[in-house]
Design a protein around this ligand. Structure first.
Ligand code: AHG
Ligand code: MN
Ligand code: MN
Ligand code: MN
Length: 319
């Protein structure tokens, strides 16, 4: 028996993923799809944890094959979507063309995913993650991030978590992968407050983007805490967990926008805004941007209300 019972009681025993989803939405197809993705994330968590990183890529075995972990994650996610029977089209950062998954267009979903964001930091043992967005029906272009019915990320760090949001309910919800293989509900985020923490991506753009340079100097001058890993998933997740801060990835003529609207920016925008935060491309919420091409890129910021206002005013304000 432990003396310090507060260590034990701090994390309340929460619902399983299935119990949570069943209470959250009447849509059986969506529940099945989110459960199947949870199974894939569990396998990816194991494959990342046991990857061998000797050469140029981190590899793990899958059946008889040896695959780089990002391609292995890609394969597992496509398989999970086929198995769900509710996915019409899917496409990924690694396969940016629509793949017919065999599910119905009506009552089914189309899914876009980044199988392993941060695949170049697996060898250093930094946290990496999977990102996905779920749209109703059979369209992933001509739609916006706001049309998503769900979005999620799988986070593979010291702990593995599945962080998701659903159109039907408020909040962004965190599930912890237990030793026995189940996802257990451990946290809800419904508000993102103010706090001096910054996560500045693509700093090379400050060389020829004076407004971005000015913004970064503001954070330094105001003694913000720097928290940046180079993995968008952990960098954005910390805003949801700490309920404060800002993440920026700004472009310039010499350092163009790299992050993809469909596979990365729109799903994370959905998670942040459902958590009570804000997003912006400098002018508008990233959830209002029409996805014209599967490979569209954009600059982005995620954070609290005042941080996003400061971001837009510093980059494009008149003063
Ligand atoms: P990828 O999905 O190809 O691994 O890209 C990772 C992204 C994102 O996680 C991060 O914010 C950004 O790349 C960092 O880019 P740089 O290392 O080029 O600054
Ligand atoms: Mn990525
Ligand atoms: Mn990737
Ligand atoms: Mn990649």
């Amino acid at each position: 028996k432990t003396k310090n019972s507060s260590l034990v009681t701090r994390c309340e025993i929460g619902d399983s993923l299935e119990e949570f989803l069943t209470k959250a939405t009447p849509d059986k197809g969506l529940i099945r799809l989110m459960m199947c993705m949870g199974e894939a994330l569990r396998t990816i968590a194991f494959k990342v944890r046991t990857a061998s990183c000797g050469g140029t890529a981190c590899v793990n075995s899958f059946g008889d094959e040896q695959l780089a972990v990002d391609m292995l994650a890609n394969k597992l996610l496509f398989e999970a979507l086929t198995y769900s029977h509710f996915c019409k089209y899917a496409c990924s950062e690694e396969v940016p063309e629509l793949q017919d998954m065999g599910g119905p267009a009506e009552g089914g979903f189309s899914v876009a995913f980044d199988p392993l964001d941060g695949s170049s930091i697996v060898d250093t043992n930094f946290t990496v993650g999977t990102i996905f967005g779920v749209w109703p029906g059979d369209k992933l272009t001509g739609v916006t991030g706001r049309d998503q019915v769900a979005a999620a990320m799988g986070i593979f760090g010291p702990r593995s978590t599945y962080v998701l949001a659903l159109k039907d309910i408020p909040g962004t919800h965190e599930f912890l992968l237990l030793d026995e293989g189940k996802w257990q509900h451990v946290k809800d985020t419904t508000e993102i407050g103010e706090g001096k923490m910054f996560s500045p991506g693509n700093l090379r753009a400050t060389f020829d983007n004076p407004e971005y340079d000015k913004l970064i100097n503001y954070y330094v001058r105001e003694k913000y805490t720097l928290r940046y890993t180079g993995g968008m998933v952990p960098d954005v997740n910390q805003i949801i967990v700490k309920e404060k801060g800002i993440f920026t990835n700004v472009a310039s003529p010499s350092a163009k926008a790299k992050l993809r609207l469909l596979f990365e920016v729109a799903p994370l925008g959905f998670l942040i805004e459902k958590a009570g935060g804000y997003s912006s491309d400098g002018h508008q919420s990233v959830l209002d941007k029409v996805i014209n091409n599967l490979d569209d890129r954009t600059q982005v910021a995620y954070g609290s209300k005042n941080e996003i206002i400061r971001f837009e005013e510093t980059l494009y304000g008149s003063s």
